[in-house]
Design a protein around this ligand. Structure first.
Ligand SMILES: Cc1ncc(COP(=O)(O)O)c(C=O)c1O
Length: 456
């Protein structure tokens, strides 16, 4: 029977014939077009899609070139038996293993920002000398005004500008802890905290979590057992689990930190639509919390610029950490970014990111039901259905050209990791690539683990 299959070319980009070829690839990966299925006659499909027959011919040719279709003389065009050798046409893996900002307006922002700066001789002159302070007064003012707009009303003495989130973690641990101290964190956590603790001779202990994040009872038990100095937490879109701590749990955790006299290091580097963010721990208890964020996920990794907010009494310890590690940050980078903050470009970019991520998440939800994480986040978390193990799923995905991360990559110490994977849906260069990658994962889930993997 002829399949009157009519794809929606909307999510794909580029020339029409390539969009159709990608739609064919996605339908095969997603199981909509099974091996052996006959594709619609070219004229029929051209009429349905409102394109020329030539466009359909080119699309079928492209899909044949990719090894997904075969033309049988006199019978038509069919989905190939092993069309799932769906590695991307370029032969390069589709990467969903690193949370980075999708690229849209960033290059234009950079070009316009640098051009304006290049034409402002006075500003350039101010940025030339060896920096004595942590940012020029006007730059710090722009930061403080932008932060006030985000709900952080601060004194100048509560702000430190640094070289990004990882640098902030390093400075904070140096300021708050001494070698030999215990630091707590979520049982699955951003690996950068492991490196920083190892380097500074700190013992890192991971705590149990559920799908809303860290469990207060686990925190209380660890406070009694270890007498820790500090806790490192990612309350919004936790990396990797994508959990966001609800307000009551934030309050319960802070109450325990006050009771057991713990510093709180709040990491808010991961992107989330500002409109969707609950109150920060720092906003709830500005005397106990050190807040850190950066522009790596708000703009792109190239801007090695971050900021920390903290109680004013920590000022000299923070300054020491900054000076000991890098003296201070480049006034030129500060000038560029602080102009984006004052001029509204950064807010506009965040809105674009939130919209782009919501559109990507919609695509992901269609193919992979059950994804966890707020809709604007760069990552999603997928608890794998039985009988998949995360390591097998990741290996099988890699064999089909898709790179992902497993929970184990983030486990602290020897805590057991769940059979779950992290998918960075922000990373593919286009929604089209993302759709291909997700289609491949969807197909794997349908197939289940391969028995051929069994060993003696
Ligand atoms: C939770 C978390 N904190 C910090 C960082 C590091 O941030 P930066 O690139 O600004 O150093 C990352 C990077 O992925 C992260 O996921």
């Amino acid at each position: 029977m002829v399949t009157i299959w009519t794809p929606d070319l909307g999510p794909f980009q580029g020339p029409k014939y390539l969009r159709l070829a990608d739609a064919i690839a996605q339908a095969i990966a997603g199981g909509e077009l099974a091996a052996g299925t006959k594709l619609p006659p070219q004229r029929l499909l051209a009429d349905k899609l409102g394109v020329t027959v030539g466009t359909v011919t080119r699309a079928y040719d492209e899909a044949q070139r990719r090894g997904q279709l075969e033309a049988r003389v006199g019978s038509g065009t069919f989905v190939k038996g092993q069309a799932l050798a769906l590695a991307p046409a370029s032969g390069e893996a589709l990467a969903l293993d690193g949370a980075m900002a999708p690229l849209g307006p960033q290059a234009r922002m950079l070009s316009e920002g640098l051009t304006a700066l290049a034409q402002d001789a006075e500003a350039l002159h101010r940025c030339l000398p060896y920096p004595q302070a942590n940012g020029l007064p006007a730059q710090r003012q722009r930061f403080l005004a932008w932060l006030a707009g985000q709900g952080f009303a601060l004194e100048d003495s509560q702000l430190l500008l640094n070289h990004g989130g990882q640098h902030g973690i390093h400075i904070a641990l140096q300021a708050l802890c001494e070698a030999g101290d215990t630091v707590l964190c979520e049982g699955l956590s951003f690996p950068g905290i492991k490196f920083a603790c190892q380097e500074q001779g700190l013992k890192l202990v991971g705590l149990a979590m559920d799908d809303q994040g860290l469990l207060p009872e686990a925190l209380e038990a660890a406070c009694k057992q270890y007498r820790p100095r500090a806790i490192y937490l990612t309350p919004n879109l936790q990396n990797p689990s994508c959990a966001t701590l609800p307000l009551e749990r934030r309050q319960a955790i802070l109450a325990l930190c006050r009771q057991y006299d713990l510093w709180v290091l709040e990491d808010d580097v991961q992107f989330m639509d500002p409109a969707a963010k609950p109150q920060a721990l720092f906003q709830l208890d500005p005397e106990r919390v050190v807040f850190l964020s950066s522009f790596s996920k708000r703009y792109a990794g190239t801007v090695r610029l971050g900021f920390m907010l903290f109680p004013a009494r920590l000022r000299s310890r923070m300054d020491l950490g900054l000076r000991a590690s890098t003296w201070t940050v480049s006034p030129l980078v500060l000038e560029l970014v602080s102009r984006w903050l004052a001029g509204g470009q950064m807010d506009a970019l965040e809105q674009w990111l939130a919209g782009e991520m919501r559109a990507r998440r919609q695509l992901a939800d269609q193919l992979l039901p059950g994804l966890q994480g707020e809709a604007s986040g760069f990552n999603c978390w997928l608890a794998l259905p039985e009988p998949w193990r995360a390591s097998d799923f990741s290996r099988a995905a890699m064999e089909r050209g898709v790179r992902i991360r497993v929970a184990e990559d983030y486990a602290i110490g020897r805590l057991p990791a769940p059979q779950a994977v992290r998918l960075s849906i922000s990373q593919p260069g286009s929604r089209q690539e993302l759709t291909l990658a997700l289609g491949i994962l969807h197909q794997l889930l349908l197939e289940g683990p391969h028995l051929a993997r069994a060993v003696l």
